[in-house]
Design a protein around this ligand. Structure first.
Ligand SMILES: [Fe+2]
Length: 245
């Protein structure tokens, strides 16, 4: 490991904010069983941000297909289930939009089954649903997906364990330190009480940030309900990080 006390021949960069205590789930959360096997045994070492961390990949819009955002149109027929619109904005911590950034989603089908070898539970696969989508935010940081409301699914973490219905999100932001992999939940869910992935987020505001909002204004009559899910990425830190950390 490099000695961070030595002066480094790198240009000064404005660092990004570190996560506030409790807003990210702890790396070790024993009720979520797989964290016991994968959590680091040693305390984390905070590295200073350099030009490598505060820049990111340029993912050109033209690499995406016209229907990549519409998970209901990736096969010959339409998937079964409740068609929904999921939309929102990607923002920095200070409220500025994050334009032209890649968002990828993946999810179970309406029956709660993933099209993945690791999911063999006895719910039907849908030949018209793969469950993968992607899009770029526009100049105002907006995005929009059309998909199917995912079902809850069992997952063997503990006795009679079921995941609350969710959609996985991956974002790249503008810098590698903004990379975010998270999950979106639905309002009026009744499985949160026994879902340790949701429960591992201890901060109430952070929990609310994982929750989509039913949005009547974007609902399309006779066609699909809409849910709004705004995503706030970590922003620049105006206070330089104490180098002793
Ligand atoms: Fe999942």
């Amino acid at each position: 490991m490099s000695d961070t006390t030595k002066p480094q021949a790198q240009p000064d960069v404005t660092p990004y904010a570190r996560p506030e205590e409790g807003t990210n789930p702890p790396l070790l959360y024993p009720p979520y069983a797989s964290t016991v096997r994968r959590a680091p045994k040693e305390p984390l070492v905070w590295l200073r941000h350099t030009i490598t961390e505060v820049t990111g990949p340029l993912l050109g819009e033209r690499r995406l297909g016209d229907l990549d955002h519409d998970l209901t149109r990736h096969h010959r027929g339409e998937p079964l289930g409740e068609r929904i619109i999921v939309h929102g904005r990607v923002l920095e911590g200070d409220g500025r939009p994050v334009p032209h950034t890649l968002i990828e989603i993946w999810q179970a089908n309406a029956g709660g089954r993933y099209r993945h070898d690791g999911d063999q539970h006895p719910a039907p696969l849908d030949p018209n649903f793969t469950g993968l989508g992607r899009c770029m935010t526009d100049a105002e940081g907006r995005y929009r997906f059309i998909t199917i409301k995912p079902g809850a699914y069992p997952w063997r973490n503990h006795d009679n364990a079921w995941r609350a219905a969710h959609i996985h999100f991956s974002l790249f932001g503008r810098a590698f330190v903004q990379r975010l992999v998270t999950q979106m939940y639905f309002p009026n869910e009744h499985l949160f009480f026994q879902d340790p992935i949701y429960q591992s987020v201890r901060d109430e505001r952070a929990r609310q940030a994982l929750m989509s909002r039913f949005d009547l204004s974007e609902t399309v009559p006779e066609w699909a309900l809409a849910y709004q899910f705004d995503i706030v990425l970590t922003g620049r830190d105006k206070t330089p990080i104490d180098e002793d950390h």
